[in-house]
Design a binder for this molecule. Structure first.
Ligand code: ADP
Ligand code: GN1
Ligand code: MG
Length: 365
């Protein structure tokens, strides 16, 4: 049957025949399955259907990932600083030797090795894990510095471009195709009040005050795989690796990795930034990056958390007003719930901005 994950997994060059496919339901865009080969105790591979309406250039996207993974694997092999204990992620080729497989319905699939004994967390429980997560993403930033950004395609153009995101939002509010704008009046005002200040990173970039780097661009903390002792094993979810600002990656990791509540928490009184986790993440991240980050980057790390939380909230709200075409939702108004929780988190970060800046200064020394 076309589209059946177990059938599809048999179209890849696995070391043993696939016997079981179990869905992994954490992401909002792609579909992932853990593939266990016959007789094996745990999964050996991960199969993913790439969302082709979000990622228009799958060939370019897989080429990006191949460049980054090859580079990371060679760094791990050389024993570059920070790579101890890291496990390489590898693309498993299709039977016809390509980096992806296109099924009879035109859907795109790819396969990776499953990182054995790994787990990921939608929310971080303790400072030790936050510090290790920060060290892992900091190391990723350090290791990818040698890749020439020109060799990478922009898999989603203007992904964290606040100007185009705000313009899309305003058009969506104006059209109000789903008739939902009235209910979101407060959130719309929240965005309008902050729109001007949110241009900061873009302005610094344009003025040459912060460098373009190779960045991950989706550093949700569940994209770090840890072992059972809390040691980072691997960074996954590389679909959006492309040129960007380090501030995007720091900010998005704080949004999820230092949050006291889930991304879609409905009880807004629970939403807050945990300063113990922020501090630990910043310590881990800066331990791997402080030698090369530029002053314009360091100075804006605390702000970047607010920025990324804002822009993701803005995208959730835009999708809600547009009728939920982009993010997978699990209940009615899910995107509105997500947006509200992100905006509450922005408010909490505003209240704590002075302390957040002090912490960055302390660990940047
Ligand atoms: P999404 O874009 O849907 O978030 P991810 O690539 O992040 O997709 O995969 C979803 C989840 O699957 C991850 O958070 C992680 O828990 C698990 N996962 C992804 N890749 C691997 C892997 N190679 N080995 C083990 N688990 C993985
Ligand atoms: C999406 O696919 P996933 O769940 O890792 C989104 C990110 C958002 C995130 C919000 C390609 O990530 O940009 O930060 O949801 N990915 C894409 O949870 O749009
Ligand atoms: Mg992910």
């Amino acid at each position: 049957m076309p589209g059946d994950p177990l059938e599809i997994s048999r179209r890849f060059l696995t070391a043993a025949p696939p016997g079981k496919a179990a869905p992994i339901r954490s992401g909002h865009i792609n579909d992932s399955y853990a593939i266990t080969t016959s007789g094996a105790a745990g999964p050996d591979y991960i199969l993913q259907r790439i969302n082709h309406s979000v990622f228009r250039n799958v060939e370019g996207l897989m080429a990006n990932i191949a460049i980054v993974l090859d580079h990371l694997e060679s760094k791990i092999r050389q024993g570059a600083p920070g790579t101890e204990g890291l496990v390489p992620l590898r693309i498993i080729p299709s039977l016809d030797g390509r980096s992806f497989f296109r099924d009879d319905d035109g859907k795109y699939w790819r396969m990776y090795n499953f990182i054995p004994g790994s787990r990921s967390y939608d929310m971080i429980g303790n400072a030790q894990l936050a510090k290790e997560g920060g060290r892992a993403f900091g190391t990723f930033q350090a290791l990818t510095a040698e890749i020439d950004g020109v060799s990478l395609v922009e898999t989603i153009p203007d992904f964290h471009n606040i100007s185009t995101r705000l313009a899309a939002f305003l058009t969506t509010v104006e059209k109000d195709v789903a008739g939902r704008a009235a209910e979101a009046r407060e959130e719309i005002r929240f965005i309008e009040e902050r729109a001007a200040e949110m241009h900061l990173i873009r302005d610094l970039g344009k003025a040459g005050m912060i460098p373009l780097r190779v960045t991950h661009n989706d550093t949700k903390i569940n994209n770090v795989l840890f072992d059972e002792t809390g040691k980072a094993l691997c960074i996954v979810d590389l679909d959006t690796v492309m040129p960007g600002y380090s501030l995007f990656d720091f900010g998005d990791a704080i949004r999820t990795g230092a949050s006291a509540a889930a991304e879609d928490e409905q009880d807004l009184s629970k939403v807050d930034i945990r300063m113990d986790l922020f501090s630990a993440y910043a310590e881990g991240y800066l331990s791997a990056t402080r030698t090369f980050l530029e002053p314009g980057e360091i100075r804006n790390l605390a702000f970047s958390a607010r920025f990324m939380t804002f822009i993701i909230g803005l995208r959730f709200l835009t999708d809600h007003l547009d009728g939920d075409h982009y993010y997978r939702i699990h209940f009615e108004k899910h995107n509105l719930v997500r947006a509200r929780s992100q905006f509450r988190l922005v408010r909490k970060m505003e209240e704590r901005s002075t302390r957040m800046e002090q912490i960055i200064t302390q660990f940047a020394q």
